[in-house]
Design a protein around this ligand. Structure first.
Ligand code: ZN
Length: 150
């Protein structure tokens, strides 16, 4: 039998080991810092906008496997999207990892970020999975204050 959970776990382990778009982005025009004191996750997200579209996105920092994989998958998922599309994706993703995804959340639309659906079974990990997205949102909104999940 094909085990979906195992597949999801593989993706998360892979992104933790080989994070995509990892490292600073010198030409970034937006950036933000995010911190999850509960777990010790600490990330910086860098964005280069082209009008309303994210042309380039990278992240740096350290944290647990879930947070790092979430940041890595996020950078792949949002690159080339408009800020409005990203907000929609963020809302669906947040509902998914908090276990509140109803029929209105399309798995197809979520794409790769759907691998984090299993996080909803681990309440302690939800903040880890959401931190990179909050940090990205802060960067897009040009928030000066560092983001914290507390
Ligand atoms: Zn964490």
């Amino acid at each position: 039998m094909f085990d979906l959970n195992e597949l999801y776990q593989q993706v998360i382990l892979d992104h933790n080991k080989n994070p995509r778009n990892f490292g600073p982005l010198p030409e970034a025009d937006r950036d933000a810092e995010g911190h999850n004191p509960l777990c010790g996750d600490h990330y910086h997200v860098y964005v280069k906008l082209d009008g309303d579209r994210v042309a380039e996105v990278r992240f740096s920092g350290e944290g647990c496997a879930i947070s790092k994989a979430a940041a890595s998958v996020m950078t792949e998922a949002v690159k080339g999207r408009t800020t409005e599309e990203i907000q929609e994706l963020f809302d669906s993703y947040q509902a998914l990892v908090m276990g509140r995804a109803g029929a209105d959340v399309s798995m197809e639309k979520l794409g790769k970020v759907a691998v984090f659906s299993g996080v909803s079974e681990f309440p302690m990990r939800v903040k880890c999975a959401i931190l990179p997205w909050h940090t990205l949102k802060a960067a897009l909104e040009n928030t000066e204050e560092p983001v914290t999940t507390e």
